[in-house]
Design a protein around this ligand. Structure first.
Ligand code: NDP
Length: 515
């Protein structure tokens, strides 16, 4: 990519750090809110509230954003509220057709989306391409479901009956974290829109770009103005959305402490919430497992997106009798991962989202060493050869000699760090795997299918894997137990989280009143 010139659907990207020709003077425009079908700036911007978005790979300024305050949030919500009448009265088929056109437009522009997603997040371009597809999948999947959303007919005595309807909630708000920006915009907007709701999204202040691009795509596809809106800002903007009286539901992805605040803010209005929160997931490797697959699973479970993944299997429990073989394979394969320029096709570990996150990871590593963990590989700050790559790069790290009470084993690190823990018996490892306040994901590698199902049946986690890890399909629900969240994204069940049931009794005879 470095010296290549890539032409993307009328957009020219020159060189690895080239500039999209849709922007003037080599800068993205200031208009990063998307309201009523167009890019806009806040009406009353507060010059003291401009957020600087740095490019993770280089540390350079990428864009400056104006924070959305109460006026702007209100403007977006009112736009969504006005659009709701028209959108909710279309048939599911009509809504689905518009969404299918949107999915096709993203497919046509997928390289452009991946390019900006990588510049925004620092993740390797090969992963950004996969992320774009997870958004496309969600829009296509829910577009197909839209015409099937229907209620029940319930026969009652004497020919009377009742029926139920699944009605949209109204204006739904989405709030996203910085690790999967386009995926979150897609996973939240697609079911919301398919069910007849309208939508206002607040991306993370660190990754504002592709959610706005998605807005342009929806508009080009024919989505009525106001159905999909984006407001930029930090936590205060998110709170304004949660508390807005015309917002009916909040779907949030982020950390447990913020999820708790979102729930509290939504409680005042008795709003439903979907919470996709953090994790400290276990992966159990039994001695009879295919060890090459288990190592692959442990790496998928830890090193995608620089380890900044909520469902990561950061606690890998390995049966002691195969510990040496497992570790040798894991260390060898981890050591081969290329760390560096996220725009290179063969990079497997890109830049950490920002300096603070890198510092946090390095602090966890220092603490782990002090508590007795041994670094089997990685865990170092890497300086790429290219002098422009001034972001923070950490080589993927395997920690051994770990025990369950270490801070690095108990807390979410959100970096490329895996803790390896030995075990001897099934009973022991199941108890240790569940010994956490989180419950997002869990996995087991074994060739004994009976044991696999027995262990998974006891695992306190919302998303479980047998002989794989961190794979995602839009048709399969995703979400957590315990403090890892409430509700689900993806799969048929998601319709329940974006609709409300109306029951209608129909009397076919006379009213039998005892008065
Ligand atoms: P945060 O919880 O810090 O932030 C998430 C979003 O909430 C951001 O848009 C943030 O704004 C916003 N926000 C912050 N404070 C408030 C508030 N009081 N009210 C409303 N919104 C608020 O998480 P991170 O962005 O740091 O993401 C990392 C976390 O997300 C990790 O814990 C990870 O496990 C979790 N996560 C969970 C996933 C899941 O599906 N379960 C998936 C991905 C991540 P801003 O950042 O702009 O200030």
């Amino acid at each position: 990519m470095w010296l290549q010139q890539v032409v993307l659907r009328g957009v020219q990207v020159v060189g690895r750090r080239g500039v999209c020709s849709t922007v003037s003077n080599g800068k993205l425009p200031l208009h990063f809110n998307y309201i009523n079908g167009e890019r806009v700036s806040p009406l009353n911007p507060d010059p003291t509230q401009v957020m600087k978005v740095l490019e993770p790979a280089t540390g350079d300024l990428l864009i400056e954003l104006e924070t959305s305050g109460p006026d702007e949030v209100n403007r977006a919500v009112q736009s969504a509220k006005e659009a709701f009448t028209e959108w909710s009265q279309l048939t599911g088929l009509q809504r689905g057709r518009i969404m299918q056109r949107a999915a096709q437009i993203i497919k046509d522009r997928q390289e452009e989306f991946a390019y900006w997603e990588t510049r925004d997040t620092g993740k390797p371009i090969y992963e950004a391409r996969m992320d774009i597809w997870t958004a496309i999948d969600a829009i296509e999947y829910f577009s197909g479901l839209a015409p099937t959303i229907a209620g029940q007919h319930v026969p009652l005595a004497n020919g009377s009956f009742a029926y139920t309807k699944k009605e949209p909630l109204g204006v739904c708000a989405g709030i996203g974290a910085w690790n999967y920006p386009i995926q979150m915009a897609g996973w939240k907007s697609a079911p919301a829109l398919a069910c007849g709701n309208t939508f206002v999204f607040k991306p993370s202040q660190f990754t504002p770009i592709t959610a706005v691009m998605l807005g342009e795509v929806y508009t080009e596809a024919g989505l009525p103005h106001g159905c999909y809106n984006v407001v930029q800002g930090a936590g205060e903007t998110g709170t304004l959305l949660c508390e807005h009286p015309d917002v009916a539901k909040v779907s949030f992805t982020g950390s447990v402490p913020t999820g708790s605040k979102v729930m509290a803010a939504a409680a005042g209005g008795i709003k439903t919430v979907t919470l996709e929160l953090g994790g400290k997931s276990p992966l159990i490797v039994f001695a009879d497992a295919n060890l090459d697959n288990a190592v692959g699973g442990a790496m998928l479970g830890n090193f995608l997106s620089q380890g900044e993944v909520c469902s990561n299997a950061t606690r890998v429990f390995v049966e002691n009798s195969v510990m040496d073989q497992f570790l040798a394979k894991l260390v060898e394969r981890t050591g081969r991962m290329k760390v560096g320029d996220p725009m290179d096709d063969d990079t497997r570990v890109g830049a950490m989202i920002h300096q603070d996150q890198a510092d946090k990871v390095m602090t966890y590593l220092d603490g782990a060493k002090k508590e007795g963990a041994v670094v089997a590989c990685g865990g170092e700050l890497v300086t790429p050869d290219d002098p422009r790559l001034k972001g923070c790069y950490i080589s993927p790290c395997v920690l051994t000699n770990c025990h369950d009470n270490m801070t690095v084993v108990r807390e979410e690190v959100f970096g490329p760090v895996v803790s390896i823990l030995g075990f001897d018996t099934e009973e022991e490892v199941v108890q240790r795997a569940n010994n956490t306040e989180f419950g997002l994901a869990g996995g087991v590698f074994t060739n004994d299918l009976t044991r696999a199902h027995r262990v998974i049946a006891q695992m306190q986690a919302g998303t479980c894997y047998i002989n794989n890890f961190n794979i995602i399909d839009v048709a399969v629900p995703f979400g957590g137990f315990k403090k890892s969240g409430l509700g689900r994204e993806n799969g048929l069940v998601t319709v329940e989280y974006y609709t409300q049931v109306k029951t209608v009794y129909v009397e076919m005879g006379d009213v039998d009143a005892p008065f």
